[in-house]
Design a protein around this ligand. Structure first.
Ligand code: GCW
Length: 678
């Protein structure tokens, strides 16, 4: 049945014409199996080629005719060594895919300096077939721009997933370490296919138990499954673990006993998991313990852990998402205020992990002002793949355009062109340690992600972590072809639909720079009126500040002055209501309801227009989908159709609720031609 389990690695037979073509170019497979990574590379190629071509592609140890696929490294294969391809500068993960001649026979060589590089090359080669690309004159060279490409799971040890909408945690802690579910291997395959090379198994809000010996055995078992696929395991740690499981009286990072405890813990971990990746830490945020409990800085805390990991080559990913009502005037300013002064104080194996925007993964926010503001510190991007604020499992929202918008934003930190992508890939400031994290949307649902289209968000995250300069449209196209079909009559409209889906969501949820209008707590559905939360800066009214005169949060120099956290040229732009891009208008400015927008219409009119457009766009998506019935299997077709109906209903709910509420405050009539809220 088409239940989505296979993700984008379906390997179902291609159409006959395509098979006929490829049959001459993929006749036999020459691949070693001397290491576990070589072994999985070989079986993935066999599985993929045999599936796509509809017959078994045989293994060989030398080239007997045209069309051989040869994969490996010069060090492990004499045949590859004899090709004398230039593998210099491919690094540990890069690869070449080249059409070559060997003893008068045309062949395709997939070559890397390491086994993992060859595995990545193999997946790329399979993708060419899956997406029906020509493979007879290949000359491809790929190296990742980021070093750490990591999924952060927000999984608790009891199986619950925080902000997870795809079932329970896929880690079956009860049955580990002895039972290694086959799903772990499929998880690793999917990740390796898009270049993901790290996974943080547990939630940043989780307890200290994961660091106890029994759990470390379980973690080690997962690490064993992932190792052949080039994936390292990391853990979120609780800063107060020395107290909770170590019996110490303090977790003060400058206390020698605390330091010794972490050193011993790191030694214990590396004995079990020699390639352990390191720690992810949420400290002094939303009630979590941290160094500030002892009047120490984030740098003191991060460095203490970094020193324990350094002898083993591990890293600390220290989160800059600090949210503790310290700055009730403007929550958006807290991370910058706390971290900017610490620039240059972190040890070499620390990355500061920064969410894409200063609030919290909203449908749209400006990029986080820390990007570009901490030149001496490697900053790691954190995106949220799970759609906490974008409709959970059912809404069809492709996050590629959101990620791309952030990555291509210009921080102007070193003049024009200082994009966020160049900050995180290390090229702007020359950092060797780089990375991107994505808060995973994976659970025990058969389709892994709660919906077929949510798989695209996992996919695009991995591809952008490999190369943050790529276009999200081309990645969407690859995904559609691999996941559904190469039929152009399907691919084009579906890619268009995906590309427009995020803007539609911005429109029906939070247009024109609004943020945080969702119901507090569950974060689902509109509640711009909600004032029930105890803390002011959890209430939607805190964010939109609508009153009889107007709407929006004044973050200019006459307000909270959050604009000053951006580079001077950008700060000046955001400070001026006329120069601020309208998509961020109400994020930076409180403007009157009758403010004239660039269109000539009033703000009130445009607000209503955006909300209405969002609903129209979802209706359009439904219509597009209706025309595609018959192009794919009925199972997946029907679920997408059903989910689009949910999305339409809820887009209408968002529109009506927000317009009705804002109208109750503005007191203005609806502009002519717009339906009143139901
Ligand atoms: O906004 C919040 C989410 C929390 C999450 C937190 C964080 C993991 O609602 O569920 O906790 O962000 O990123 O730490």
């Amino acid at each position: 049945a088409e239940d989505g389990y296979e993700l984008w690695l379906r390997y179902h037979p291609l159409p006959p014409a395509q098979v006929t073509l490829y049959n001459h170019q993929a006749t036999e497979l020459i691949a070693g199996a001397a290491t576990s990574t070589q072994d999985v590379t070989r079986s993935e190629l066999q599985r993929g080629l045999s599936g796509l071509l509809g017959h078994t592609v045989s293994l060989s140890d030398h080239i007997t005719h045209d069309g051989a696929i040869v994969v490996g490294t010069p060090g492990s294969s004499a045949l590859i060594g004899s090709l004398h391809l230039n593998t210099q500068n491919l690094g540990s993960d890069g690869y070449l895919i080249r059409s070559v001649m060997v003893n008068g026979h045309a062949a395709t060589a997939i070559v890397a300096q390491t086994d993992v590089g060859a595995l990545y090359g193999a997946f790329h080669f399979l993708r060419l077939l899956q997406t029906a690309q020509p493979i007879e004159h290949l000359d491809l060279r790929e190296t990742p721009r980021l070093k750490l490409r990591v999924l952060d799971h927000w999984d608790y040890l009891n199986g619950q997933v925080e902000r997870g909408y795809a079932g329970a945690s896929i880690w079956d802690w009860w049955k580990l370490p002895d039972w290694r579910a086959p799903r772990y291997t499929d998880y690793a395959r999917a990740n390796a296919s898009i270049g993901i090379n790290g996974t943080v198994l547990n939630n940043v809000n989780a307890g200290a138990i994961i660091l106890t010996p029994a759990y470390l055995q379980k973690v080690a078992a997962l690490a064993d499954v992932f190792r052949p696929y080039g994936i390292r395991v990391y853990l979120s740690i609780r800063f107060s673990a020395p107290i909770e499981i170590g019996g110490l009286k303090t977790a003060d990072p400058l206390d020698p006993q605390v330091q010794a405890w972490w050193h011993a813990k790191a030694d214990e971990i590396y004995k079990l998991i020699p390639d352990f990746g390191g720690f992810l830490v949420k400290a002094n945020s939303e009630g979590q313990p941290g160094p500030e409990d002892y009047h120490r800085t984030h740098a003191d805390g991060a460095n203490m852990l970094a020193d324990a990991l350094a002898p083993h080559g591990g890293v600390v990913m220290w989160r800059a998402f600090v949210y503790s009502q310290k700055n009730p005037e403007d929550r958006a300013k807290q991370a910058y205020d706390e971290f900017k002064p610490l620039d240059g104080r972190f040890h070499a194996n620390v990355l500061v992990q920064v969410k894409n925007g200063p609030i919290d993964f909203q449908p749209r926010e400006p990029f986080h002002p820390l990007f570009g503001a901490m030149p001496k510190t490697p900053l790691m991007m954190e995106f949220e793949i799970t759609k906490e604020y974008l409709g959970f499992a059912t809404h069809l929202v492709y996050l590629g355009p959101l990620f791309e918008e952030v990555l291509s934003a210009d921080t102007m930190a070193r003049g024009n062109g200082s994009t966020v992508a160049k900050v995180i890939d290390g090229s702007l400031e020359g950092h060797p340690l780089t990375g991107m994290a994505g808060d995973a949307n994976i659970g025990t649902d058969r389709n892994w992600c709660g919906s077929d289209f949510n798989q695209a968000n996992w996919y695009v995250f991995g591809r952008l972590a490999w190369n943050p300069m790529q276009s999200s449209r081309s990645i969407a196209e690859d995904w559609v072809r691999m996941t559904f079909t190469n039929d152009q009559a399907f691919v084009k409209p579906v890619v268009d639909m995906m590309m427009g889906s995020r803007e539609a969501t911005v429109d029906y949820m939070t247009p024109l720079g609004l943020v945080h209008l969702m119901g507090p707590g569950h974060h689902y559905g509109p509640a711009p009126w909600d004032a029930s939360e105890s803390e002011a800066d959890w209430r939607p009214v805190y964010y939109h500040r609508a009153d009889h005169q107007g709407i929006g949060f004044d973050r200019t120099s006459t307000g909270s002055d959050a604009v000053a956290q951006y580079a001077p040229a950008l700060a000046a732009q955001f400070n001026d209501v006329k120069q601020t891009p309208e998509q961020y208008l109400l994020y930076f400015h409180h403007v009157p309801w009758d403010y004239r927008m660039r269109s000539g219409q009033t703000l009130w009119h445009e607000l209503v227009a955006h909300y209405t457009q969002g609903v129209e766009d979802v209706k359009q998506m439904q219509e597009t989908w209706q025309h595609l019935d018959g192009h794919i299997d009925a199972e997946r077709y029907r679920q997408v159709a059903a989910f689009l109906a949910v999305q339409e209903k809820e887009a209408q709910w968002w529109r009506d609720a927000c317009i009705a509420y804002f109208q109750s405050i503005s007191g203005l009539p609806l502009p002519p031609g717009y339906a009143p809220p139901q």
